[in-house]
Design a protein around this ligand. Structure first.
Ligand code: UDP
Length: 333
C-alpha cells in the first residue's frame, strides 16, 4: 500500500534553518508517533511518502518530501499518488475533502478540524471530541528504539512539557513525599512555572532541560518510575486538558520502567496496565508513596505488556485495516 504521512511542520527550537524531524531531535509527541508508525508500516511492506518533516532520514520504502505548506503538500501528493493519506496535522496540510482516501489521527483535545475518518487515541479523547464509535488506536512504541533495563537508579523521572497541565509540580510533590530526587526533562516554555517548582522543591527537583537521543532513552531505562501526573487544568487546546494519548507511558514501560499517573483522560485507560492511575487531585502521603513504589509491576512484565498492547507492529496492523476501510470508500465520524 502507498501511504502519504502528513506530519505537522514545526521549526526546531531557535534554529530557523531546521525543522523538527521524524523521529524528533528532542521533544515531539506527534513526531514520535509518526516515526513509530512508519517503522511498523515499512516492516509490513508499505511504501511511504513523509511530508512535513524535511531533514528526516529516508530509507528503503520511505521517501522524505521537502513540502511544508498546504500548496507544496498537494503537489507532493499528486506526484506520489497515494492509496491513502494519513493526516496528523489536524487539517493544516490537507483540505476537508481531499481527492484521495484519507484517515486523520486526532492528537489534540476537543473536536478535530474535520470530522470525517478520524482515529482517536483514547475513549476519553473520542468522547470529548463528540464521536461515539470512531476507531481508537493507542499511541505506539517501537521497542527496538528503546533501552531495556531491569536494575533502576534511585530517581523519579518527569519527561514532557514542563507545564501545569502536565503535572510537573505534582511530580515534584510526589517525589518529595517518596523521598527520591526528581529529574525534570523537557522544554520549559513557561519559565515562571519551572522557577516556582525549583524554588519550592529545591532538594528534590532538578531541571535537566530538553533531552533527545541516548540521553532520553537512558533516562527512561534508568528511572525507578515515570511520573505522569497530568492535571485537568487549562491547556494549550482551550478548556481543561484531557490527556489525549500520552506517548511517554508506552516509552517508559517498554524500557522496563513503571508509570505513576493520574486518571486524567487516556491515563485512566492505559496507566493501570503498566503502573497505576491516581485521582488527579490526590497527593499521596509519604507512607502512601512508599507503598505505591513498593508495589509497581516488574520490568519484564512492563516490556511485554507494552509490546503486546502498543507495539509498532500491532499499531501498523490496526492502521492498515483502517486504511483499507477508507480506500474502499467507507466513511465514519
Ligand atoms: N520528549 C523528548 N524530550 C524531552 C521531552 C519529551 O524527546 O525533553 C518526548 C517524549 O519522549 C514523548 C514526547 O516528547 O515522545 C511527548 O509526547 P507526549 O504524548 O508524552 O506528550 P504531549 O504530546 O502531550 O506533549
Amino acid at each position: 500500500m502507498r501511504i502519504t504521512m502528513l506530519n505537522p511542520p514545526y521549526r526546531y527550537g531557535q534554529d530557523t534553518t531546521q525543522w523538527i524531524t521524524v523521529p524528533p531531535q528532542g521533544y515531539g509527541g506527534i513526531q514520535w508517533v509518526v516515526a513509530t508508525l512508519i517503522d511498523g508500516l515499512l516492516d509490513a511492506g508499505c511504501e511511504i511518502l513523509l511530508v512535513g518533516a524535511p531533514g528526516s532520514t529516508p530509507r528503503p520504502g520511505l521517501t522524505v518530501s521537502d513540502a511544508t505548506t498546504f500548496d507544496t503538500t498537494l503537489a507532493a501528493l499528486r506526484a506520489f499518488a497515494p492509496d491513502v493519506v494519513h493526516d496528523h496535522t489536524n487539517g493544516q496540510l490537507l483540505p476537508a475533502e481531499p481527492p484521495w482516501p484519507a484517515v486523520r489521527t486526532h492528537h489534540l483535545n476537543g473536536a478535530p478540524e474535520y470530522r470525517a475518518n478520524n482515529v482517536y487515541l483514547s475513549r476519553a479523547q473520542r468522547q470529548a471530541a463528540g464521536s461515539a464509535d470512531a476507531p481508537i488506536i493507542r499511541l505506539p512504541v517501537n521497542p527496538d528504539r528503546y533501552t531495556y533495563r531491569e536494575t533502576k537508579d534511585d530517581f523519579l523521572l518527569f519527561l514532557g512539557r514542563v507545564s501545569a497541565h502536565k503535572g510537573a509540580r505534582e511530580a515534584a510533590a510526589f517525589a518529595q513525599a517518596a523521598g527520591l530526587p526528581l529529574k525534570l526533562a523537557g522544554p520549559a516554555w513557561e519559565p515562571d512555572y519551572l522557577h516556582g517548582i525549583l524554588t519550592d522543591y529545591p532538594d528534590t527537583a532538578e531541571y535537566i532541560g530538553e533531552v533527545g537521543g541516548t540521553r532520553r532513552t537512558d533516562l527512561l531505562a534508568a528511572a525507578r518510575a515515570l511520573l505522569a501526573l497530568s492535571q485537568p487544568l487549562e491547556g494549550p487546546c482551550e478548556g481543561a486538558w484531557i490527556e489525549p494519548g500520552a506517548t511517554v507511558v508506552a516509552e517508559a514501560a517498554v524500557s522496563g520502567t513503571p508509570v505513576i499517573a493520574t486518571d486524567n483522560g487516556c491515563l485512566a485507560e492505559i496507566a493501570p496496565h503498566v503502573g497505576l492511575a491516581l485521582p488527579a487531585d490526590q497527593l499521596p502521603s509519604p507512607e502512601e508513596a512508599a507503598t505505591i513504589l513498593a508495589h509497581l509491576p516488574a520490568p519484564e512484565h512492563l516490556r511485554t505488556t507494552a509490546t503486546e498492547r502498543w507495539g509498532h507492529h500491532v499499531a501498523a496492523a490496526r492502521y492498515l485495516e483502517i486504511y483499507r476501510r477508507a480506500a474502499a470508500g467507507d466513511t465514519w465520524t
